[in-house]
Design a protein around this ligand. Structure first.
Ligand SMILES: Cc1cc2nc3c(=O)[nH]c(=O)nc-3n(C[C@H](O)[C@H](O)[C@H](O)COP(=O)(O)OP(=O)(O)OC[C@H]3O[C@@H](n4cnc5c(N)ncnc54)[C@H](O)[C@@H]3O)c2cc1C
Length: 291
């Protein structure tokens, strides 16, 4: 890879000032699992690599007064998978994190890196979409929050500006009668990227589907929010037929690429199958049953 300057700021203010000083030449690094690969392939050639590792407080997991789950950008996938607070308040995120690669990768890779890396095959983004997460960003101009389903703009692209640092994620509380499921279809090896992945969250009210969230990974150039499926489920009884008809709608919105994991028609079919299964599992997790 190209030679570069390595800087380890001690504070977020120092990190932001470093980004301003080096402009487009600078690239943030957190766990390094995504960036270093891109640098080795010379797809990204920063003149200056700015490490976030020494920044204090950015790996914390907390609940605020409104029971929003606040997770710092430097929180690793391994912590997401094992943290009692995350497992209790966002089991969908803990499960998605558990399915990422190997323990070695999960111990290094961070939540902030996962969203900014924006590979559409990744596991956390669909879970975060299904959880209605908001991404917190900070720049020298101040702070802003972006709903996660407006965060991804293209293949490896997000709304993050060169002078911005993702500081964390906020996840609103779920109703008590909500259940979730994360399914990752891995026909090859257990540590592979998904052939297709589905995050589903369903809220029940007196046996009917009050609300639903469905998002897919490896199904398009960005993580895919399947609103059309959600609209078809809202207010319906959780029958096998309703789930089948709603899941079938995803076939018209997925746009996967053909690769060694499967052809486009195969991935489209698997998207439909796994949406239906994830919905069934989420309904069961909410204490309901498919009738
Ligand atoms: C062998 C291997 C297998 C993998 N398998 C999977 C898998 O099965 N599922 C899956 O989901 N992912 C998988 N990944 C990808 C992995 O999840 C990502 O590389 C990781 O999430 C990126 O996090 P990081 O902390 O390492 O980011 P880095 O590599 O440090 O950074 C990635 C990008 O995010 C930017 N960035 C990092 N932190 C911030 C921040 N706080 N604010 C603004 N920008 C930031 C960097 O500038 C860079 O552009 C795999 C990776 C490897 C190497």
């Amino acid at each position: 890879m190209n030679a570069f300057t390595y800087i380890e700021p001690a504070t977020i203010e120092e990190a932001l000032a470093t980004l301003v000083r080096h402009g487009e030449e600078a690239k943030l690094i957190a766990g390094g699992t995504g960036l270093v690969n891109l640098m080795k392939q010379r797809l990204v050639n920063p003149g200056c690599v700015v490490s976030l590792r020494r920044l204090a407080g950015l790996a914390d997991v907390n609940l605020d007064d409104g029971k929003n789950l606040l997770i710092g950008a430097l929180c690793t996938h391994r912590t997401l998978e094992s943290s009692p607070i995350v497992r209790e308040h966002a089991p969908l995120l803990a499960e998605a994190a558990r399915r990422v690669a190997t323990i070695r990768i999960r111990t290094m890779a961070t939540l902030g890196g996962a969203v900014v890396h924006a590979d559409p095959n990744q596991d956390l983004p669909p879970a975060l979409i299904a959880l209605d997460a908001r991404v917190k960003l900070r720049s020298p101009k101040g702070e802003r929050e972006v709903p996660i389903d407006q965060f991804f703009t293209g293949y490896y692209e997000t709304v993050t500006q060169p002078d911005e640092i993702v500081t964390g994620i906020a996840i609103p509380p779920s109703a008590r009668t909500t259940g979730s499921a994360y399914l990752k279809f891995l026909p090859q090896t257990a540590d592979d990227y998904a052939t297709v992945s589905v995050a589903a969250r369903v809220a029940l009210n007196n046996g009917t589907i009050a609300d639903a969230r469905v998002a897919l990974g490896a199904a398009a150039s960005t993580p895919l929010h399947a609103r059309v499926v959600e609209d078809a489920l809202r207010g319906q009884a959780p029958t096998r037929k309703t789930l089948e008809q709603a899941a079938a709608l995803v076939g018209a919105i997925v746009d996967p690429i053909a690769d060694f994991r499967g052809s486009v028609p195969y991935k489209r079919d698997m998207a439909i199958v796994f949406v239906r299964r994830a919905l069934g599992d989420a309904i069961a997790a909410a204490g309901g049953a498919v009738i």
